[in-house]
Write a protein that binds this ligand. Sequence first.
Ligand code: ADP
Ligand code: MG
Length: 227
Amino acid sequence: MEELLRRSEKLTTVGQLAAGVAHEIRNPLTTLRGFLQLQKQSGSLNLSHVNLMLSELDRINLIVGEFLILAKPQATKFVTKDVRDIMKDVLLFLDSEAHLHNIEFRTILTQEECLISCEENQMKQVFINLLKNAIEAMPGGGPVHISIQRKSASIAISITDEGIGIPEEMISQIGDPFFTAKEKGTGLGIMVSQRIINSHQGTLELQSQVSVGTSVKLTLPALTDGA
Ligand code: ADP
Ligand code: MG
């Protein structure tokens, strides 16, 4: 685990983000329009074109969905929660997907209370994004190690896979909006997670080594009992 990356200095402005979103959505829209035009001209329905159109629509939906999590002003409600419980919920939610890909979640959770103040759905989304990346990094399956430890003033959470890792020349781009090395990736997972963790006064760090694996370490301020 040699490469270390601190993402917090890397937040893009709203303007840059909006331009990126517009661009990413316009591409599938252009494709959709082209295929619809074709269908209109030929006067018959071509199933493979319909399938392509559906996958372009799915892509738009995915991109918009990732942004909705960030942009829900009314729904933002901070509650006191034990991070271990949030993690357990998420692991349950991802259980069937993990099974399907021969992934085994191995957890080490402290016995101590791990209370934080958080927007619960956003925190769940961070764990889902990071665990999905871990799963996707191990196409043949393998273990994902999840640890939650209580420090004096903070909670330390780590998610570590034994997957493909991140090449050194790529690491500075991870977390840039829409940067993805995957055919079907959106390149939004790390960026969205970083923003959520920042808005919770936490930190997110990535360590990776090619063919060894990747570890994402989060810290969040801990609430003491009764706080
Ligand atoms: P996406 O998963 O849609 O590509 P992310 O923002 O979640 O977008 O991740 C961006 C890129 O960072 C990925 O395409 C991948 O190259 C790299 N990455 C993130 N997490 C991992 C991981 N656990 N192992 C290997 N590469 C990773
Ligand atoms: Mg991802």
